[in-house]
Design a protein around this ligand. Sequence first.
Ligand SMILES: Cc1ncc(COP(=O)(O)O)c(C=O)c1O
Length: 370
Amino acid sequence: MQNLRIPGPTACPPETLAELSRQMINHRGPEFADMQARIMERLKLFFRTQNEVYVMTCSGTGVMEAAIVNTLSPGDRVLSVSIGEFGDRFFDIAEAYGAAVTKLAFEPGTAADPKAVANALAADPGYKAVLVTHNETSSGVTNDINAISKAIRAVNPDILLIVDAISSLGCIPFAADAWDVDVSTTCSQKGFMIPPGLAFISLSPRAWKAYESSTIQKYYFDIGKAKSYAERGQTPFTPAVSLYYGLDLGLEMMDKEGMEQVNARHAAIGDYTRAKARALGLKMLAEGPHASNTVSSILVPEGVNAGELLKILNTDYDTVLASGQGKLTGKIVRIGHMGMTSREDIDAAIDALEKALDRLGYKKPAGVGA
Ligand SMILES: Cc1ncc(COP(=O)(O)O)c(C=O)c1O
């Protein structure tokens, strides 16, 4: 079986996959309403919020767009913090809808410095919102959202903090309420052990206030529609019912395991992956507290072609790792370890990596990994 080790979509457990083939139900009937209520209640646990969490049928980029169109208006000043490709995407979406966006970029492989974010806000009091990625999947770096939130609120307590937690929530600790996040977004194909196609969004009271005055044109992603239909146990448009079946079970499994334990399991598999890579003499792009526990970026050793490495892994070892993106293209390969990932999956991937590197002439430095 293929060892799919990309940072989403992730390989799903057979139990959730089996749910996907169940017969359809009426999405405006009582069974759907019960299922949606269960799902929304459990999602609140993982968002660590008292606010409602709405499910939308779309990919992660869809809820990023929902976050923007529901809280901003054309011309609003926005500070977009970017530590990589997905931070850049948030910038692009806000700009596409006519916000006046300023990018605050940090070198790929590093985390956003909360002080620098606060300083950018202090230098210009006109900002209405800050956009930030919790876990930058393109570099394998996790931002400290709590520290960023505290730093920006010290400058402007009412600013909207809008967070892409797409490759973190449900894996790495995230706390919408305790961290005073206004819009929290994530989606199905990363930590929730089901395929792509559903996305989740929660708004704070501050964000709902912004919704009331937002003048960006919206229709499919209008969160007000999602709210009023959810109150009747429905969604405004036909939902991906099969994915709801999978999600219902995935959340039940996560709830049984316990949120703290799910987070601890991701921390352990992150540490394990990095230790195994280091034991081959490889270096990580990110180390220390900002190294991601859902995706690890390994620097490709000098003299090794990243594209060839990935191709050999795929064709000869049935192992799929992800390439670098943007500025990191050719410089790193990424191993996903979110959702249902075992030590055996990582052992097999690292074993394949060792063999493929050997074929490309890589020699482990003397004294490493003994
Ligand atoms: C951090 C982050 N943001 C946004 C996205 C975009 O999600 P999607 O590809 O589901 O639209 C991804 C997907 O990999 C991601 O990792």
